[in-house]
Every structure is written in C-alpha cells, then in structure tokens.
Design a protein around this ligand. Sequence first.
Ligand SMILES: NC(=O)c1ccc[n+]([C@@H]2O[C@H](COP(=O)([O-])OP(=O)(O)OC[C@H]3O[C@@H](n4cnc5c(N)ncnc54)[C@H](O)[C@@H]3O)[C@@H](O)[C@H]2O)c1
Length: 252
Amino acid sequence: MGRAAGKIALVTGASSGIGRATSIMLAREGAKVILTDVRDPEGRAVADEIITAGGEAIFIHHDVASEADWTNALDAANRRFGGLDVLVNNAGVLFNASIEQTTLERWRWLMSVNCDGVFLGTRAAIVAMKGRGGSIINISSIAGLVGFERLSAYGASKGAVRAFTKAAAIEYAKARIRINSVHPGGIWTPMLEDVLGERGSTSADAAAAAMHPIGHAGEPDDIAHAVLYLASDESRFVTGAELVVDGGYTAQ
Ligand SMILES: NC(=O)c1ccc[n+]([C@@H]2O[C@H](COP(=O)([O-])OP(=O)(O)OC[C@H]3O[C@@H](n4cnc5c(N)ncnc54)[C@H](O)[C@@H]3O)[C@@H](O)[C@H]2O)c1
C-alpha cells in the first residue's frame, strides 16, 4: 500500500481496459486520480468504484485530440487537487485494415487520437509540472517496436509515441520531469478482442496463446503494475525508457 501516496495522477482512456485498471491501482496505492474519457457513464462508474473503496477520484469528459479539452482537464485537476504529478497518456484507438484499404480520413483520425493526444497531453503536463517535477507515462505498444500486418496506421502512431517520448525525456530531464513509454503485448481488453476475437472463443484464446511465448495474453493489471512503478519514486532514475510488457513477444 502507498506506493503512489499523495500523488495527483491523470489517466486518459480510463473508462475501459488498461486505463480503468491503472486508475484503480493508482488509487489503491494512495494517488488522487483524475479519470478522463469520451465514454462518460463507464468512466463515472470507475470513479465511483474507487470512491466506494475509500479512494479519491473524479471523472472528467475529455477527448484527448481536443486542445480545449486538455485545458479543461488540467484546470479541473488543479481546482480539485491542486496540481499534477503523474500523467498516463493511455487513450488510444486501433483499426484493422490493409494499407490499400486505409483511407486518409481514417489514418488522420487514428493519428489525432494516438499522436496528437499524446503530444497535447505531454505539453500540458509539462506546463503543470514545471518547478515541481513529475512523471509522464505514454502507452505505446509492441506495434511501435515491430511490424504487424494490417496494423500499419496503428504501428506508425505507436512508433511515433516511442520516439516522441525519448525526445521529451531528454528535453525535460533537468526539470525533473521523467517521461517513459510502456509497450504492452496482447492484453485482454475490448481492443484486443477487436483484433483476435472474443475472449473465451477457441480461436481467440488459441491466437493469444500462440502469439506470446509465455502462452497467453496479458491482463490489464499487468500493465497497471508497470505504470505504477513508473509513476512512483521507485523509478526516480528512469527516464526515456521503453518498458516492454509482452509475455516475451519481442524477445523472439
Ligand atoms: N489491449 C492491448 O492488447 C494493447 C496492446 C498494446 C497497447 N495497447 C494500448 O493501451 C491503451 C489502452 O487500450 P485498451 O486495450 O485498454 O483499449 P480499450 O479500447 O479497452 O480502452 C481505450 C479507452 O480509450 C478511450 N478513448 C478512445 N478515444 C478517445 C479519445 N479521443 N479521447 C479520450 N478517450 C478515448 C475509449 O473510450 C476507451 O475507454 C491504448 O493506447 C492501446 O493502444 C493496448
């Protein structure tokens, strides 16, 4: 208990999957959590779950691709908790299509969420963390490290997040703002089910098992634990790193 005690943390895409698990874990470890997402009822339910368990949380409607929404989210964090120590840029979208099937409109939509969102969030958090330091955690993917058929737009966006994270880490190291990326393998969330099929179905479970040397896909808590480490002072000497949590996928 208490590994994130006293920290004020904002988690984007907190209504589902990895963002939901991360928000719950950070709150359980003592952080005050601002949960944000475009899916309000689900996000409010996660915030309520945290409060019922004795934690501190608020939910804010927030499209990460909107500059104005970032201003609102940071203002709300400041008003309610008085600053920001941790930002988890987790919100992300994926579509499965060949390059020939990918329209410019779809490409730009994905980039607006996965890349503009991370840029706008990192910039806003740096302003909020100046003078006090902090930790920014960008959720990339193994698709930002190696290629996947039919995921070219997604992979391009996640590779951009990886490179952006390293540049930002160097630029703000002296300001004591640590910036790292996390690279999940297949994690059982609605996003993975979009790619592999419904969890529990023979074909999806077999694909997840075949994909990861460890023999199965991961759980959202496997990523939440990595984020907790990067959010906490245990990682005080870690910046510009890419933390791979993939059941051995990229070790092959
Ligand atoms: N699940 C995996 O296997 C996997 C693997 C590697 C990386 N990731 C990354 O992890 C992150 C979380 O994914 P997940 O698997 O939990 O997916 P998910 O679909 O369960 O959750 C994503 C959340 O982001 C929110 N979101 C989407 N667009 C948004 C926007 N414009 N503004 C704010 N919120 C928005 C959604 O409403 C949803 O609640 C993503 O960045 C994803 O790319 C996931």
